[in-house]
Design a protein around this ligand. Sequence first.
Ligand SMILES: NC(=O)c1ccc[n+]([C@@H]2O[C@H](COP(=O)([O-])OP(=O)(O)OC[C@H]3O[C@@H](n4cnc5c(N)ncnc54)[C@H](O)[C@@H]3O)[C@@H](O)[C@H]2O)c1
Length: 324
Amino acid sequence: MTARKKFFITGGMGFIGSHIVRKLLERQHKIIVFDSFIQYVSPGQFDNFANPYNRLKNVLGKITIIRGNLTDINILREALYKYKPDYVIHLAAMPLANLANIAPEEAKESIISGTANLIYLLRGVKNLKRLVYISSSMVYGDFEMLPVREDARTEPKGVYGALKLCAEIIVKTYCELYDIDYTIVRPTAVYGPYDGNKRVIRIFLENAFLGKPIRIRGKEVKLDFTYVKDAADGIILAAITKKASRQTFNISRGEGRTLIEAAKIIASLVPGTKIKCDEKNSAYPKRGAMDITKARKILKYSPKYSLEKGIKEYYEFLQSRLNA
Ligand SMILES: NC(=O)c1ccc[n+]([C@@H]2O[C@H](COP(=O)([O-])OP(=O)(O)OC[C@H]3O[C@@H](n4cnc5c(N)ncnc54)[C@H](O)[C@@H]3O)[C@@H](O)[C@H]2O)c1
């Protein structure tokens, strides 16, 4: 795609969204970010890297930012009808499974009402080419097959996965009803610079920096760790690839790696780091690799970051921030 297009990105100030914004700017597209500047925080997990302005610091002058909540239909309507985007990438939502379990009402407002409002209003956006909905691998629950394909059984465990699956159904049903083109993307275990949430790789790295042991919850646990730049590439391809219309894609590295492997990579970067194993957290589904054959074939998606390469780049980023 060579022509300059207008992308409306809900949650564009967030972790994954900000990487998408940067990549689209490099390709000269026009960006409108719609974001409520909410930092969903699990108790005891706040940190200030998450300041959304830090994420897009040197490109703030090149984008339009609208502060608004998707649950406020008037602000959303005004923004959509004013900017008339070509593409909408919808990321804005509570992104934390553990928090959704303790704040289910808030999670429902954010994941369900926000999505329904957005699609309802998109009916009136002339020339819209596509809505891309960012779902999650948590819709599968325990992975039925390994690697898990997009057509596998979906039996989520917990509030977050259930709501993301409901939102997928809302996207499909409303978009068919209103004749809006859509694509659904299921990322998993995304890690990398500017994550404001203390997810596993981040916690491991911080412990190593502080000279604390890395604590593994479940020796056997495997995740398909996905570097955020690969996730952003996959999401952009899902927006612009014609054949992705009305399809669902897994977007990940495509490899299941154990928590111990991740911890050992970090220990090789921070010598002296000790690794300790605890019991698995039984509230989490049994996961592993996602099958990305469909994304490779239709989207020409090709992730570039092995876990080794991604952790090294993230380590260097965090180290430079901590030094600063
Ligand atoms: N990070 C992961 O590993 C991962 C994996 C699978 C799926 N996802 C999905 O990707 C999306 C983005 O996740 P993230 O990790 O970048 O989260 P994030 O919290 O860093 O970013 C979310 C952004 O959305 C905004 N937002 C939240 N609710 C909003 C609302 N109602 N109206 C307007 N803006 C709102 C927030 O202010 C924030 O800037 C989420 O939908 C999440 O469920 C994330």
